[in-house]
Design a protein around this ligand. Structure first.
Ligand code: SF4
Ligand code: SF4
Length: 198
């Protein structure tokens, strides 16, 4: 029946309309939803109604599993030197569906033999489709999906090793649950290795 369908549709619209203002009233006197806390609430499952944010001044927080163009994880030693986890094994480049990863493996200057270290690492961010397969397949937790989605540019965006590199602390800050799981697994592996060596 057309009449019932129209009424049902109007009812849904009216509910969303009213809920939008109910949330405003619930938050009255507290920080408005324009604050980071308010935006996080309205973007969560608890949020009701419809809301907009004044982007780029306001941003909706992204969930931990949100993924954008990958980055390379590095550790820093006491001198501040970067040590990339990447061993230039090439697995990520092989599994990347649009083939937008290029890696040049380093070599030992004395022998000329390849060593497990990337001399160069490029990702064409214009081609990357943010699928996350590179991060899924990397056996060394060396490449991870980023949360930074503000990459719009008038030119071609190709990231080199320097631009792709981000410290472990950054990874732990954007993906705390994943990082904790991986750190625990790594610690268990190390403990098992040490026990075997005894
Ligand atoms: S990022 Fe991971 S999968 Fe890709 S080359 Fe480096 S170690 Fe291999
Ligand atoms: S996220 Fe997907 S498309 Fe982007 S570099 Fe990784 S595998 Fe390739």
């Amino acid at each position: 029946m057309y009449g019932k369908g129209i009424l049902k549709g109007l009812g849904v619209s009216a509910r969303h309309f009213i809920e939008t203002y109910l949330d405003d009233i619930r938050w009255l006197g507290r920080k408005r939803y324009g604050s980071p806390e308010g935006i996080a609430h309205r973007a969560s499952k608890k949020g009701r109604g419809i809301f907009t944010v004044q982007y780029p001044e306001e941003k909706v927080p992204v969930p931990e599993e949100f993924r954008f163009v990958p980055f390379l994880v590095y550790e820093s030693n006491s001198n501040g030197d970067k040590s990339y986890r990447c061993t230039s094994c090439g697995i990520c480049a092989k599994v990347c569906p649009p083939q937008c990863i290029w890696i040049v493996r380093n070599s030992d200057p004395a022998t000329g033999r390849p060593i497990p270290d990337p001399a160069e690492f490029y990702i064409d961010a214009d081609i990357c489709m943010n699928c996350g397969l590179c991060a899924e397949y990397c056996p060394f937790d060396a490449i991870k999906m980023d949360h930074n989605y503000e990459l719009a540019s008038y030119g071609r965006v190709i990231f080199d090793k320097e631009k792709l590199g981000k410290p472990v602390a950054y990874y732990e800050s954007i993906r705390p649950a994943n990082a904790a799981k991986e750190n625990a697994a790594r610690a268990a592996k190390e403990a098992a290795r040490a026990a075997r060596a005894d």
